[in-house]
Design a binder for this molecule. Structure first.
Ligand SMILES: Cc1cc2nc3c(=O)[nH]c(=O)nc-3n(C[C@H](O)[C@H](O)[C@H](O)COP(=O)(O)OP(=O)(O)OC[C@H]3O[C@@H](n4cnc5c(N)ncnc54)[C@H](O)[C@@H]3O)c2cc1C
Length: 599
């Protein structure tokens, strides 16, 4: 296959052609609001990598702006990054040099039911998940999707929509009937199942094949699941409690015929960054008056019974009781004691924050097809509970003695598999290109760190990586990564981890489709682009040195403050949890997470 050209990187917008007039606002590098407008989720971690600095941001007003930007890029041999919600973890929705970014966060917000019964909807891609979920709920409708309120459909459609309903209803993208896309030749196309672009856009690599504007989705009706139940509960973080809850998940994996009605997800959130020495890139960009959401170290459990067979099926509470029994006393926010409509439950599974911590992060999402026997043999639940505990508790300061201020950990572990799982079954259709559809468990462990914790965070994640990719690894003998949770900046260098061979030659097929629809490389002007040549590996030690140098004098100041903080007697995780649970909401103050968390 011929390589796809990498756009030239220079520092100014090309003057060969006049920069066009757009209907929407254009923000150029050096404009006063450039920093705020170019900010996205990955800025906290990847700003210094120089990949989040588009020459101009075009807030497209409509199709004509999109087509004009594509044409300008083609004529000037530059490229276009597409951003809707800005939640891509490795910064792939931005760009640098003289390349430009199309910002679609407000462009496509039309929403039309296709029939009176509301069984399908055609909508624009500029909806955040929270808003989209609420729109469907107005008609007692739902689709499966992910768990972050501010992720937008533009990217989410292409990366899957892995969420709480994965076993019972599959991925968000499994419910796409057709989508509308503007390709590099400026053509507007509707693309349906069976076409090569359908396969490539849904799962191939987001933003690589064109600009997505609309989609038609199949939606589900509450009335078909009249006895559905859910459990959402928060518990004080405790290593043993976590391990016991994970053991329940492994038992679930053990029964390969476990009904598809059940979904079970465990989230661990460690400390919020509410200390006074907290001065990070993100805090510098915090808008005045913006609410801070806080939580103590805690475990959040989501469990759901979907009632897939309707009225005649009765609810058996045994599985939920087992979860509640091992978890002990907690704060139950959604109870399985009564029926909750599926459209309401899907709202309860959305976390109402745009990011977990206002800090740089080092991300991991591992996918495992290990069966329960292997997980037990390798004592995985002990292993991962220890890793999470270890991330919270580094004793690292040699001069001042031990201090107890590990990084902020956000971990999420969910069961996706089994013979009945729709995540698994839908994958067999091969109409989309999402990989690793035979997964049993997905495990995310993200570490958010202060600059003085950078080296320890790297070391900690390195040890976590030992859980995959070797015959003796505790989680999975293979290293399997998912595009929605990408943590590599260079897709071609690591493509074997992101793409399975189902169907055979998947990556090569995706490269060919990219060649066909985007032969001159208008889209994805960064290394997270499909089909680029594999680069010579960069010296990672240099990267570490660069970051430490960049953090400058703040490092010493923050480290000193951390040591001071460690001298203050700390409440136990359990006490901190219950202390914050009883905090009342006060105007202008930090808001405990559960006070704003409702469907
Ligand atoms: C805090 C957090 C929680 C998350 N939780 C989940 C979860 O529970 N489940 C899950 O599946 N995923 C989850 N994700 C991942 C998220 O779903 C993906 O990163 C998604 O692609 C983000 O879409 P976006 O539009 O918000 O982001 P963007 O950064 O704007 O876009 C993401 C990618 O899609 C491309 N893209 C965006 N819009 C368009 C468009 N209109 N046309 C063409 N290309 C486009 C971009 O170029 C980029 O490569 C989470 C991410 C974060 C940061």
């Amino acid at each position: 296959m011929a390589d796809i050209p990498i756009p030239e990187i220079v520092s100014e917008i090309n003057n060969k052609h006049q920069f066009p007039e757009f209907k929407g606002k254009v923000i150029k590098r050096n404009d006063v609001d450039y920093d705020a407008q170019s900010y996205q989720y990955a800025s906290s971690s990847h700003l210094e990598d120089g990949i989040i600095q588009p020459a101009a941001i075009i807030k497209a007003a409509d199709d004509s702006d999109v087509i004009k930007a594509i044409k300008y890029a083609s004529e000037n041999k530059i490229a276009v990054a597409v951003r809707t919600g800005g939640h891509q973890y490795s910064g792939a929705s931005s760009t640098s040099g003289k390349n430009i970014q199309l910002d679609l966060s407000q462009t496509y917000k039309d929403f039309d039911w296709d029939d009176e019964n509301c069984t399908s909807v055609t909508l624009g891609i500029s909806f955040p998940l929270g808003e989209f979920n609420a729109k469907l709920r107005e008609k007692n409708r739902f689709v499966p999707h992910g768990q972050c309120q501010y992720v937008n459909l533009g990217g989410h459609i292409q990366t899957g929509g892995y969420g709480q309903l994965a076993r019972s209803f599959g991925l968000f993208s499994d419910n796409v009937i057709k989508f509308r896309i503007i390709t590099a030749d400026g053509q507007v196309r509707w693309v349906a199942q069976g076409e090569d672009l359908f396969f490539a856009v849904l799962g191939g690599s987001p933003g690589n094949f064109g600009v997505l504007t609309h989609a038609t989705l199949h939606v589900f009706r509450d009335q078909d699941y009249p006895n559905s139940r859910g459990l959402r509960a928060a518990y004080p973080y405790d290593r043993q409690r976590l391990k016991d809850l994970l053991d329940v998940m492994v038992e679930m994996v053990e029964d390969e015929n476990f009904p598809a009605d059940y979904d079970y997800c465990i989230t661990v959130l460690s400390e919020p960054p509410v200390r006074t020495f907290e001065l990070t890139y993100d805090m510098a960009h915090r808008k005045e008056g913006q609410q801070m959401v806080a939580w103590p170290p805690m475990i959040v459990v989501f469990a759901q019974w979907a009632n897939l067979q309707g009225e005649k099926q009765t609810y058996n509470p045994d599985f939920f009781n087992k979860i509640k029994q091992v978890a002990g006393k907690g704060k139950v926010q959604v109870s399985d004691k009564e029926h909750t409509p599926m459209s309401t439950l899907t709202g309860h599974w959305i976390v109402p924050i745009s990011r977990e911590f206002e800090l740089p992060y080092i991300k991991r999402t591992y996918s495992s097809n290990s069966n329960s026997q292997r997980l037990k043999e390798h004592k995985w639940t002990d292993w991962i509970s220890d890793r999470i505990e270890d991330g919270r508790n580094w004793n690292y300061d040699k001069t001042s003695g031990p201090i107890d201020v590990g990084c902020n950990v956000a971990a999420q572990i969910q069961h996706f598999g089994g013979n009945n799982s729709r995540f698994n079954q839908n994958g067999k259709r091969n109409s989309t290109s999402f990989s690793w559809r035979d997964a049993n468990i997905l495990c995310t462990v993200d570490a958010f760190y202060h600059s003085y914790q950078y080296e320890q965070t790297i070391e900690w994640q390195k040890k976590n990586d030992e859980g995959v990719g070797k015959p003796e690894a505790a989680f999975c003998e293979h290293d399997r990564r998912v595009l929605w949770g990408s943590y590599d900046l260079d897709l071609s260098a690591s493509h074997q981890y992101y793409y399975d061979q189902n169907p055979e030659g998947k990556y090569e097929r995706l490269c060919k489709i990219k060649q066909k629809y985007d032969p001159s490389g208008v889209f994805t002007p960064n290394r997270f682009c499909i089909g680029l040549p594999v680069p010579v590996p960069a010296d990672s030690k240099d990267g570490i040195k660069k970051r430490i140098k960049l953090s400058g004098s703040e490092t010493a100041k923050e480290r000193a403050a951390a040591i001071e903080l460690a001298k203050v007697p700390q409440l136990s995780a359990e006490d901190r949890f219950w202390e914050m649970v009883s905090t009342e909401r006060e105007l202008g103050k930090t808001v405990p997470l559960w006070n704003i968390w409702r469907a």
